[in-house]
Design a protein around this ligand. Structure first.
Ligand SMILES: [Zn+2]
Length: 132
């Protein structure tokens, strides 16, 4: 099997070790269950929550995403409505954050696990599927 890039693994919300197994149980289209996550990688059995409370750190990534959304929506409202009242921003920004919440929830966890999980790619080099 060809080596899968880290970027593809992140975009596809895949395991950082094998880059094959999905981190989340349901696809994005299942909005009601967007937060359901596998405890272990379905392919290589890696435990995704590498230590208790690991994903609390994903809040920092989510916060950074929220700031980016804040800046982008503010700029869009400013340009589209040509410097409108304060209330336009007060409606548009929380609405956009609410709409993008499932995206932020998932990708903050994916980015945090890939960036700070301390897990390196092992591809097909692994011999035992039970190695944790
Ligand atoms: Zn895996």
């Amino acid at each position: 099997m060809p080596k899968k890039s880290r970027l593809k693994a992140i975009l596809g919300a895949r395991c950082p070790r094998c880059r094959q197994g999905k981190m989340f149980v349901y696809p994005f289209s299942t909005v009601q269950k967007f937060s359901d996550m596998h405890a272990h990688c379905p392919t290589c059995e890696l435990r995704f929550e590498v230590e208790p409370g690991f994903f609390i750190g994903a809040m920092y990534v989510s916060y950074a995403m929220s700031l980016m959304i804040f800046a982008a929506v503010s700029a869009a409202v400013y340009l589209l409505f040509k410097n409108p009242d304060f209330y336009y921003y007060m409606i548009a920004i929380p609405l956009m954050v609410l709409i993008l919440f499932p995206f932020m929830y998932r990708y903050s966890r994916v980015l945090f696990l890939h960036g700070f999980g301390g897990i390196s790619y092992e591809g097909n080099e692994r011999s035992s599927p039970l190695k944790l």
